[in-house]
Design a protein around this ligand. Sequence first.
Ligand SMILES: [Mg+2]
Length: 134
Amino acid sequence: MKILITDDEAHNRLLMEKILSPYGNCDLVVTGKEALEAFEMSLLDGAPYDLVCLDIMMPEMDGQEALRRIRELEREHDINESEEAIIFMVTALNTEEHVVQAFFRGGCTDYLAKPVTRDKVVEKMRQYNLIEAA
Ligand SMILES: [Mg+2]
């Protein structure tokens, strides 16, 4: 499995990497812009990411904009819905409902509320069949 972890805070990137690295190859990027570049590269290489984790608050391009543009890239590359990447938005604990709804409209698969824990991530991965049920 190919995994893209996007967060502007090193601590969060490393935490996600620690949780996810047993399940696949993790690439770590710092901004939405870098996420978009990495995602496009993976499409051009014919080996797109299976899972993308996007922090919301990042410099240059935030998670919501990155989400929208990643879905655009998939359409441009004729990726159909069943082949789309699983995208988890990583949200602050106090993220308001209307903001969360905007992520779904932007095409995210689901969201993870901070603080992120191994249990939360693994449960979501099972839910979307990235890993087998226990
Ligand atoms: Mg951030």
